[in-house]
Write a protein that binds this ligand. Structure first.
Ligand code: URA
Length: 190
């Protein structure tokens, strides 16, 4: 996919965004305010994948705009990066009711969008935030506590990529010692 010119890849991402906005592949479409497709640099070599939109993301249609997003931005700045330099997406594009965990059927229904985003942005490194993104993209059931901070290589969307599992910023907001772990793990992304 990287053989396609950047302009064409951007056009295809916009087409995918339109498709996502009309998506009814799972019942989450019934309760959403906005589809949260993802945002950032369509040529990014580093892509972040979170879990699912929360209240603020669902309202604004943008990923990581609440408190977890503020922490993510602070962590990015800590390694000299701005949000606009990376691409940020989620496993699910629609908010689960009450921010409950994604269901397996929802993850399956939404997976083609994420894989196509990865194919089009074509990042060298994917930082997975939390258990859901990590288990999906590493195809493993090992929990984030066991694998965070250790990069792995996986075949994803047509090529081998580095996957860096990280604690989810929302988990770090609930358990402050994880913020230190996140900061340490982030250094490997610099
Ligand atoms: N948590 C996520 O996993 N994704 C968001 O976009 C916001 C919070």
């Amino acid at each position: 996919m990287s053989e396609l010119p950047a302009e064409r890849r951007r056009e295809l991402l916009v087409e995918l965004l339109r498709e996502a906005r009309g998506c009814c592949r799972c019942p989450l479409h019934e309760g959403r305010t906005k589809v949260v497709f993802g945002m950032g640099n369509a040529d990014a070599s580093l892509m972040f994948v979170g879990e699912a939109p929360g209240f603020h993301e669902d309202q604004q249609g943008l990923p990581f705009v609440g408190r977890a997003g503020q922490l993510l931005e602070e962590l990015l700045r800590g390694i000299g990066l701005e949000r606009r330099e990376v691409f940020i997406a989620n496993v699910l594009k629609c908010r689960p009711p009450g921010n409950r965990d994604p269901l397996p059927a929802e993850i399956e229904a939404c997976k083609p969008f994420l894989l196509r985003q990865i194919e089009l942005v074509d990042p060298r490194v994917i930082a997975t935030l939390g258990n859901f993104a990590t288990k999906l993209l590493t195809r493993s059931q090992r929990g984030i506590g066991a694998v965070h901070g250790t990069p792995q290589v996986h075949e994803i969307a047509g090529r081998r990529r580095w996957v860096m599992p990280l604690y989810h910023p929302a988990a770090a907001l609930r358990t402050p010692r994880l913020v230190d772990e996140l900061r340490l793990d982030f250094r490997a992304l610099a």
